[in-house]
Design a protein around this ligand. Structure first.
Ligand SMILES: [Zn+2]
Length: 178
């Protein structure tokens, strides 16, 4: 099974809207889920970060996300946001389509409720908070052809990834500037 290359920011394919999965028994779906898992493992090893992968980042326009966070990895198929908290949080995000080379600061709801199908087609509803909610919203954006940069109206909210790493590791230097 192949490990796919990630489409890069600027590729018009990243702007396509993905279609829902309808046949959960299709052998092609099984193969694709395996490819997503394998590709995310390779990408995490290459970049040292990245919790989730949406199929359209690989040029596969299906509404499928693979999430490798706690408590266990799982597939999110045909997700729909059914609730968003009024309370929002701002935080930095990066993306495999930027090769993790810059970060953007985005305001998103702190908590969401989400409906989705698992890989067998069974329906689930979960609520996600904080970082997990942010990751889900980021990945669902990919299913709709939306990229993190679309949320930015203020250019200073885009930064090279090295700077945010320095900022996190040498907080004393930054405290003086903040
Ligand atoms: Zn992304």
């Amino acid at each position: 099974m192949p490990v796919y290359n990630v489409l890069l920011l600027g590729d018009p394919e990243l702007r396509e809207k993905s279609t829902p999965v309808t046949d959960f028994k299709a052998p092609e779906l099984r193969a694709l889920l395996g490819d997503l898992k394998r590709t995310l493992t390779v990408l995490q090893a290459r970049f040292g970060t990245g919790l989730a992968l949406a199929a359209p980042l690989l040029g596969i326009h299906k509404r499928i996300i693979y999430f490798r966070g706690d408590p266990a990895p799982f597939f999110i198929i045909n997700p729909e946001i059914s609730g968003r908290s009024k309370e929002e949080e701002e935080d930095w995000e990066t993306c495999f389509s930027f090769q993790m080379s810059f970060v953007v600061k985005i305001k998103r709801p702190k908590t969401i409720a989400m409906k989705y199908n698992d890989e067998n087609g069974d329906k689930h509803i979960i609520s996600c908070e904080g970082k997990m909610a942010r990751v889900m919203l980021h990945e669902i954006d990919h299913l709709d052809g939306v990229l993190p940069v679309d949320h930015i109206s203020n250019p200073p909210l885009i930064m090279r990834a090295e700077l945010i790493k320095q900022r996190l590791s040498s907080s004393s230097r930054w405290k003086k500037q903040d």
